[in-house]
Ligand binder design. Structure first.
Ligand code: NAP
Length: 255
């Protein structure tokens, strides 16, 4: 409790899955949280859960792939909260699960607009506030798929590799201004993204067992496993950590 007292955090894709868990844990540790997403009902529900528990939060509708919307929402959040200390670039999509030669230009562009351009837009519009304050922590959700290959979702792999490298470059550029930038690399985590994928493959239980077996610890992770890593990177406990890759994957990439 209290690891983030006095800080404000904006989380993209905060209504569901890892983003939702991050919002709840950040708030539990004392941060004031701007929950943003496309899913308004679920986003408001996250805010209600936080406020009922005694925390502080607000909800904003935000599609991270539209720069004008990102600029406007960040301005609004700053007006409401007064400062922005932590940005969690969490919103992401899986995109088409096809081999590269079957992926269309439109599918590629859509995936990149959310997973890469969205991170760029939100980082770009958070930085002036953080530079003015002389501190900040930007936490970018990459993936094990940004570290190692697998024979599926090629545009997703490309996007998560880009997010990993964007994090390191921004870490270098803004270090002198007290702004830390790190990437988080989850293994498979039980969220709507993965549950929908399992259902789309037919026998969801069999798919889930197959995913569990990919992780040396014997099972896929929970959203909270990632949320606690995000809390650490948001807090001053990680004040000497920048340009780092926080891998939380049950051992997936250890082999
Ligand atoms: P999720 O369950 O699908 O939740 C992501 C949230 O972001 C959803 O509410 C989603 O809405 C929203 N979103 C999608 N496009 C958006 C946009 N353009 N603007 C704003 N919000 C948008 O996903 P998750 O599993 O929690 O994943 C969160 C992050 O972790 C992603 O970046 C993902 O790539 C990464 N990650 C996840 C896993 C995993 O196994 N779950 C593993 C490694 C990395 P929709 O439901 O409409 O898409």
């Amino acid at each position: 409790m209290g690891r983030l007292t006095g800080k404000t955090a904006l989380v993209t894709g905060g209504a569901l899955g890892i983003g939702r868990a991050a919002c709840l844990r950040l708030a539990q540790e004392g941060a004031r949280v701007a929950v943003t997403d496309l899913h308004d009902t679920e986003g408001h529900a996250v805010v209600e859960t936080i406020t009922k528990a005694g925390g502080s939060a607000g909800y904003w509708h935000l599609d991270v792939s539209h720069e004008a919307d990102v600029r406007a929402v960040f301005e609004d959040v700053l007006q409401a909260f007064g400062h922005l200390d932590v940005l969690v670039n969490n919103a992401g999509i899986t995109g088409p699960n096809k081999p590269t030669h079957e992926v269309t230009e439109a599918e590629w562009d859509h995936l990149m607009a959310v997973n890469v351009k969205g991170v760029f837009f939100c980082t770009k519009h958070a930085l002036p506030y953080m530079m003015a304050a002389g501190h900040g922590s930007i936490i970018n959700l990459s993936s094990i798929y940004g570290l190692v290959g697998a024979p599926d979702v090629p545009p997703y792999h490309a996007s998560k590799g880009a997010v990993r490298e964007m994090s390191k470059t921004d870490a270098m550029i803004y270090a002198k201004q007290g702004i830390r930038v790190n990437s988080v690399h989850p293994g498979f985590i039980s969220t709507p993204m993965v549950e929908n994928f399992a259902k789309s493959q037919g026998d969801a239980a069999k798919v889930r067992a197959g995913l569990d077996a990919l992780h040396p610890l014997g099972h896929i992770g929970e959203a909270d496993d990632i949320a606690w890593g995000i809390v650490y990177l948001a807090s001053d406990e990680s004040k000497f950590v920048t340009g780092a890759e926080l891998v939380i994957d049950g051992g997936y990439t250890a082999r």
